[in-house]
Ligand binder design. Structure first.
Ligand code: FMN
Length: 170
């Protein structure tokens, strides 16, 4: 599968089969994460792989009851380990770095036939408590992972001319 095929065909998955995800597939997804770029190549991140049923249920509760998180065989919690670093452009480094790694993660997962859904609606304090995440570490995203139990949905996106301009901001 080429990159554009993965980008254009992937969609968020909010229903998962109970089938477990093979360890070698999880490993390849984590390898995609490991190889992702980061500001100054600092790799200030930590990815927690959760398979424990009770823990996943707690994570779903911390995500405002999005129960499909608890039903996915694997949940990956993506953290930035240096939340103080700010790039010269003013953007917080950890949010950008971890988001890039998560984007690579979901595309790699798609290529392996697996579904994901980026979860940004979660209570960070509660999530950190569940997983014993230290105070200085920030949780950027929670990503359930598993075999899809729903058809792929159609993409609804703005057109290129709505989002692109040339030479100056218009
Ligand atoms: C930063 C971010 C946060 C998101 N948070 C949630 C969420 O908490 N729950 C959810 O079901 N989907 C969440 N999504 C998924 C989006 O709703 C979804 O990507 C968008 O509607 C486009 O659909 P697609 O992923 O199927 O192409 C999030 C996506 C992003 C990028």
């Amino acid at each position: 599968m080429d990159v554009f095929t993965a980008i254009s065909q992937r969609s968020s998955v909010r229903a998962y089969k109970p089938t477990d995800v093979e360890e070698d597939k999880v490993k390849k997804i984590l390898e995609a994460v490991r190889l992702s770029p980061s500001a100054s190549n600092r790799q200030e991140w930590r990815f927690i792989v959760v398979r424990n049923k009770e823990t996943k249920k707690k994570l779903a509760k911390a995500a405002f009851g999005q129960s499909f998180i608890g039903e996915a065989p694997v949940v990956i919690v993506a953290c930035g380990t240096d939340s103080k670093a700010i790039m010269a452009c003013g953007q917080p480094t950890h949010t950008v770095d971890v988001s890039i790694a998560c984007a690579f993660m979901i595309l790699q997962a798609y290529e392996l036939g697996l579904g994901t859904c980026w979860i940004g609606a979660f209570k960070e304090d509660e999530t950190k408590k569940i997983l014993s995440i230290p105070e200085h570490v920030r949780v950027v995203a929670v990503i359930p992972l598993g075999y899809p139990n729903q058809p792929l949905s159609q993409k609804s996106r703005k057109s290129l001319d709505q989002i692109v301009c040339f030479e100056k901001y218009e």
